[in-house]
Design a protein. Structure first.
Length: 114
């Protein structure tokens, strides 16, 4: 079976000659250079079982590059974290440290929320 056929989910066959299958393959956007990105940094205290997390959002690019940035932020802050729904979640209130690092790397940052 070809790769093209494997990606067909819930296939409905058609007798229409110009019918094209809709493959559920997302094409990732190329990662923008740091100077062209504006990242939002916020603190979240809600729905976290009393834990505070710092959230970095609005990253435009490949998920592998987002994972790499998250890894570097966790290392710089000396804490754990994760990537969920295109956002970087860093444990603790590390907003100032994260903003300083991102600015040093060339990213533009904005504080979101209180």
């Amino acid at each position: 079976m070809s790769k093209k056929r494997k990606n067909r989910i819930g296939v409905v066959y058609s007798t229409k000659e110009d019918f094209d299958y809709d493959n559920d393959v997302e094409i990732e956007q190329e990662t923008l250079e740091p100077e062209k990105q504006i990242l939002y940094v916020s603190i979240d205290r809600k729905q976290r079982k009393g834990k505070i997390v710092t959230i970095v959002s609005n990253f435009i690019g490949k998920s592998t590059d987002l994972q790499s940035l998250a890894k570097e932020l966790k290392k710089r802050c000396g804490v754990g974290g994760s990537v969920k729904d295109g956002e970087i979640l860093i444990q603790g209130e590390k907003r100032d440290l994260i903003i300083a690092y991102l600015s040093n790397e060339g990213y533009k940052t904005k504080v979101k929320g209180g």
